[in-house]
Ligand binder design. Sequence first.
Ligand code: KIV
Ligand code: ZN
Length: 512
Amino acid sequence: MADTNKVIIFDTTLRDGEQSPGASMTIDEKLRIAFQLEKMNVDVMEAGFPIASIGDFEAVKKIAQTIKGPQIAGLARANDQDIDRAWEALKYAGDRGRIHTFIATSDIHMKHKLRMSEDEVVDTAVKAVKRAASYTPNVEFSAEDAVRTRLPFLARVIEAVIDAGATTVNIPDTVGYTMPSEYYAIITYLKENVANIDKAVISVHCHNDLGLAVANSLAAVGAGAGQVECTINGIGERAGNCSLEEVVMGLRTRQDLMPFSTGIVTEHIYSTSRLLTTITGIVVQPNKAIVGANAFAHEAGIHQHGVLMEKTTYEIMTPESIGLTQNKLVLGKHSGRHAFNQRLGDLGYDLNKDDLQKAFVRFKALADIKKEIFDEDLDAIVADEIIRVPEKYKLLEMNVSSGSFAVPTATVQMEVDGEVKKTAVIGDGPVDATFKAVKELVGTDVHLLHFSVAAITGGTDAQGECTVRLEFDGREQLGQGAHPDIIVAAAKAYINALNKIASLQKRTPVDL
Ligand code: KIV
Ligand code: ZN
């Protein structure tokens, strides 16, 4: 018998999360996240939207071939071509493969986007689910913009797709519009008005436009939803999706109010969050619940005193429960390979022997110029040295002169497609000159949207971490670079974004 108190965690970091501006990931990067999600024991991971691009197809296929525990889902619009393509990628997961098909059901979407009548939408949804069910019994149907759909029509669609073979029915708040009491009422309505509702799991999928995605998801669980769709760090379209760590820790912490369990190994939450930040460059705000840098920091004296006397005075959950170890080991130039490997392992990085060696060499070089190496430095080393897209463009040498009197000039030498090239360019400042020089050598028409620099840790010997956001061909891409010299870090970030642009497959536009 199914455990009615178990909430299925459906992670969509690799699909809806990847739709965050600048979050496009390469196949290797997606696979790294997938391994981490597997360790965390998510029930389902949505690996991508196979028809969207060759890259997406290959990523879903690779994940379906490689990941062993969780179910693997792939998104498909409600048409034969999308569904066939999705199964082509998912079939490697066997009975763990899930086709997730969707069509919009709200008046506003049916009229302006689909230009379809209610009957046509029901018909299309049923045909799509039947086609998906011809491949696998594991079929999820989503009524896009369900929250703004007329309830009797929503009930009609849901009943029809369950009859056609859907085993999970998702009720998305696509535009982040609902409120907890309303969402509770919608789920309750469906339970009371869809005759065959017991034959499927009700799923919820909330966007965070009003900052209510987690609250809405929890309200829906209270009303009887059995699956929550969410992403690590809450990344996703616009304001993002329901955050996995918040919903899971909410359920874990308030067992008294909500006696539901998830299968998540919460001790892997923190390292998964860090890995995602390292890969995408999308930083977590310091005051973000659960995984923000300040989430377990007690600043006010009265709070510190209270926590020292008795932790539960101000702590509703322990840092250890999300894998945040208290003993922040600081490494230095005398630290050996064993301590280094151990710390990387504690931070959730599963590196093979070669990668460990590369990272260790880089660590030693940094330790020569920086007294203390913190976790954040190790993240930067792993990001720079290991989680690196293939380098079509490589920075070889650079020199920049600037100051209150000099004309800022950057001399940059790079390897571009195997050919060594050099140029010297003047600019409005040292960073501007550097970016212009790189752009000239690479010859790609990118547009700089954003540039920021931060010290990774405190102290004047801290590494500078630069982030750039470039726009190319209508898409955005983030790049990161770290170095004790911030102008070198800026060049590395710019080149990293260019390499990501070069290695991501062009996507065929899909009309969501
Ligand atoms: O937000 C949404 O409606 C979606 C669906 C495709 C499930 O992402
Ligand atoms: Zn969504």
